[in-house]
Design a protein around this ligand. Structure first.
Ligand code: FAD
Length: 471
């Protein structure tokens, strides 16, 4: 390793080129700063390389299999449907390559310098960036830390061999015959359900009394029903205890109440949450960045840490570990550094699970709104009564709108159903713009579309729905 002496000067150092880091770097450059972004792995971070994007590519491929299998409902039958797993992997890798290449081009076009290597703070104003070839030292005026997170590894289930984190589960050499998933959060459900559609016998072991604890039970129950229809064994209220593996299979022991059970499978996938990358060589302790007990960086509403010119964003700060949250915080931090008055406001932060059917929420649930002291008026409308949903043969689920009974202001929405991930955006915009139920009901929604379900749910809440009868 060659260590240079003089420090190079830049305005802003961004550590990590995931969705938080690359967005922050581009926004800071747009606002006139000289920016260096450093990543020890690949541009795009977890999201583009081993998270959101590859998982959705595989999920889409698995939907294709299911759609072909269920095409008989449309009067279409297909025989000898075959899955070429290596081509599925090629498709996924191709999508990742296009997107990471696109981000690299955007960095370049915005004159953001990129260094593929690791960062180590020397002091509050200087950092060494290094790889096997070089190790220049940079003096920065501002820094945005966006080092993301990694899968939590539980002691009884060390990753390796047949015990997988989400990263390895995205690139298995073959479709497993059987898979045990510990953790029924959205990542475990998405990946478990994806494999079940490719024919894997899946068991999900979840400690809580329902899967996908981040969503209302009337939503997750619909997903659970669909999983069971694919013979997925969902074990709730269960504690995974240990695992042993050989070259053929892994055996997992778990308890439900006093009863001990075992299950064998080709692989065990452990998805029990993510740990922030705030430890290790980076040296946050050296410069005394203030952190919570859970290793998350404490920040104000602009993303500023206790060191005024050092900011932190994304999975390493409190809040849900989601890519769009990281991007949003990246924009705010870059603008704050550039002297703008931007601050974060999480009121309209959506959450989406690409389960089947999809689950999406934004703003308050009915329970949360009541806890906040609102008198709630809610309206729920089923996909089954919508023309487009019927024509797509996607009739499971509902849209629920939550509003303030006194003002009619929309406070939140929960959607479970086909395309929920895309439908939630309308309601997020509505909340952001201060829309009332009347505003949504008076907005002309094209026919026949799934978007009409949102209009219908608003009319239900207002008490005058056209497409359902209320006494
Ligand atoms: P990351 O994306 O983790 O990027 C951090 C980067 O920092 C990494 O590239 C890393 O190499 C680099 N780095 C770390 N330390 C250093 C260092 N010392 N020096 C240099 N570089 C360093 N979110 C959604 O919103 N929707 C989804 O559908 C979704 N699906 C997911 C599916 C899976 C399987 C997984 C695992 C995650 C998913 N997520 C999803 C979560 C999402 O990927 C993360 O919330 C998001 O990537 C966080 O962005 P980030 O910029 O904070 O960090």
């Amino acid at each position: 390793m060659v260590v240079g002496d003089a420090s190079l000067d830049i305005d802003t150092l961004v550590i990590g080129a995931g969705p938080g880091g690359y967005v922050a770097a581009i926004r800071a450059a747009q606002l006139g700063q000289s920016v260096l972004v450093v990543d020890k792995s690949n541009v795009g971070g977890v999201c583009l390389n081993v998270g959101c994007i590859p998982s959705k590519a595989l999920i889409s491929a698995s939907h294709q299999v299911e759609q072909i299998e269920h095409a008989s409902a449309f009067g279409v039958t297909a025989e000898n449907v075959k899955v070429d797993w290596s081509k599925v992997q090629d498709f996924k890798n191709g999508v990742v390559k296009k997107l990471t290449g696109g981000v690299a081009s955007l960095l370049k076009a915005n004159k953001v310098q990129y260094f593929n290597g690791e960062v180590m703070f020397i002091n509050e104003n200087e950092a060494r960036v290094f790889n096997e070839q070089e190790a220049p030292r940079y003096r920065f005026k501002n820094c945005i830390i966006a080092t993301g997170s990694r899968p939590i590894e539980l002691k009884p289930f060390p990753f390796g061999g047949r015990i997988l984190s989400s990263t390895e589960a995205l690139s298995l050499p073959e479709i497993p015959k059987s898979l045990v998933v510990i953790g029924g959060g959205y990542i475990g459900v998405e990946l478990g359900q994806m494999y079940s559609k490719f024919g894997t016998q899946v068991t999900i072991i979840e400690g809580a009394d329902a899967i996908m604890p981040g969503f209302d039970k009337d939503m997750s129950n619909i997903v659970a029903k669909k999983l069971k229809a694919k013979n997925v064994n969902i074990v709730t209220g269960a504690q995974a205890k240990s695992a042993s593996q050989n070259d053929k299979e892994v055996t997992v022991t778990y308890t439900v109440g006093d009863k001990e059970e075992t299950v064998n499978a080709d692989y065990l996938l452990v998805t029990v949450g993510r740990r922030p990358n705030t430890d290790g060589e980076l040296g946050l302790d050296l410069i005394n960045v203030k952190m919570t007990d859970r290793g998350l960086v404490e920040v104000d509403n602009q993303g500023r840490t206790n060191i005024p010119h050092i900011y932190a964003i994304g999975d390493i700060v409190p809040g849900p570990a989601l890519a769009h949250k990281a991007m949003y915080e990246g924009r705010v931090a870059a603008e704050a550094i550039s002297g703008l008055t931007s601050i974060v406001d999480y009121k309209c932060m959506p959450a989406v699970a690409f389960s089947d059917p999809e689950c999406a929420s934004v703003g308050y649930s009915e329970t949360e709104a009541k806890e906040k002291g609102y008198k709630v008026k809610a309206g729920k409308f089923p996909f089954a009564a919508n023309g487009r949903a019927l024509s797509l043969n996607g009739t499971e689920g509902f849209v629920k709108l939550v509003s303030d009974a006194e003002t009619g202001l929309v406070l939140g929405a929960q959607i479970v159903g086909i395309e929920a991930s895309n439908m939630i955006a309308e309601i997020g915009l509505g909340i952001e713009m201060g829309a009332t139920l009347e505003d949504i009901a008076l907005t002309i929604h094209a026919h026949p579309t799934l978007g009409e379900i949102v209009l219908d749910a608003a009319e239900v809440a207002l008490g005058h729905p056209i497409h359902t009868f209320v006494k």
